[in-house]
Design a protein around this ligand. Structure first.
Ligand code: ADP
Ligand code: MG
Length: 277
């Protein structure tokens, strides 16, 4: 069996634009792979094509050119689109748009119910999914009364109950407060470390990107940087030219270095900075 979860081969995606006759190329000849068990972060400023790429990965969009394979299945294979969406689940920015039921556990059961999973198996999956996201005690609660971070964890549980191998999250923390963001980051770490899920996490928070095994940076529909968090964030000037920030502590190390202090520029954590000083 291959170690490849996702394979993207020379993929372009053009949206029809109605105003003028020019098609808008949102993803421009991208090739990449994501390995099973990997935690990949995708960075890039607004409009760089991240969401389009995410939708191409789980078959919500089909490439204009090129091919996307999910566990070896081409997303153009219309007969297998539901299989693809089961393998690669998607979590969006706004948890309110993803919650459908009036009770947490019913919400989590919605996905497997639609897949025709037998009731006793649904029960098991719902309990396990709520346990993983640490929302068991809220299973009888109304989702709309939960905090943003809790809602987003219920949304993640709903995806988990469909037993995906890969979870794609498109700015899942963008609407959350710092506490909610921490909860989601803890959940994502756990999904990757303990549940061995492949994670594709789109974010604009650099402190979240530091958690990745690998980062890709997009710009105008293309992949312009790729590497470990340390490799990416040590290139402070290049990152800034792309309109992005580096983590605060990396920025501090960079400024200290410019002022003549002997600290390396590839620092990612406060502990590392303290050690260097
Ligand atoms: P990102 O998620 O990085 O902000 P998107 O993938 O959403 O980027 O958008 C990439 C480009 O495609 C942008 O120029 C955006 O305006 C355009 N775009 C996104 N969605 C649509 C759409 N439904 N119709 C037309 N153009 C779109
Ligand atoms: Mg987006």
């Amino acid at each position: 069996m291959s170690d490849e979860m996702i394979r993207i081969e020379n993929v372009s995606y053009e949206y029809d634009s109605y105003g003028d006759n020019k098609a808008l190329i949102a993803v421009d000849n991208v090739s990449m792979t994501v390995n099973k068990g990997e935690y990949l972060v995708i960075l890039g400023h607004n409009g760089s094509g991240k969401s389009t790429l995410a939708k191409l990965i789980n078959g919500l969009l089909i490439p204009t050119r090129g091919d996307v394979f999910v566990n070896g299945i081409n997303t153009k294979d219309a007969d297998r689109i539901w299989e693809i969406r089961e393998i690669a689940g998607m979590v969006f920015q706004n948890p309110d748009n993803q919650l459908v039921a009036t009770i947490v556990e019913e919400d989590v059961a919605f996905g497997p119910e639609n897949l025709g999973v037998p009731p006793e198996e649904i029960r098991r999956r719902v309990d396990k999914a709520l346990e993983i996201v640490e929302m068991t005690e809220y299973k009888k609660h109304a989702p709309h009364l939960l905090s943003g971070g809790q809602k987003q964890r219920v949304a993640i549980a709903g995806i988990l109950a469909m037993k995906p191998e890969c979870i794609i999250l498109d700015e899942p923390t963008a609407m959350l407060d710092p506490i909610g963001r921490k909860e989601i980051m803890k959940t994502l770490r756990r999904l990757n470390d303990e549940e061995k899920k492949t994670i594709i996490h789109i974010t604009h928070h650099m402190d979240e990107a530091v958690e990745a095994d690998r980062i890709i940076v997009m710009e105008k529909g293309k992949i312009v940087m790729e590497g470990s968090p340390r490799e990416i964030f040590s290139q402070v000037e290049k990152i800034k030219k792309l309109g992005l920030d580096v983590p605060q502590v990396t920025e501090l190390a960079y400024e200290l270095n410019k002022e003549g202090f002997n600290v390396p520029c590839n620092i990612l954590t406060i502990e590392e900075l303290v050690d260097a000083l």
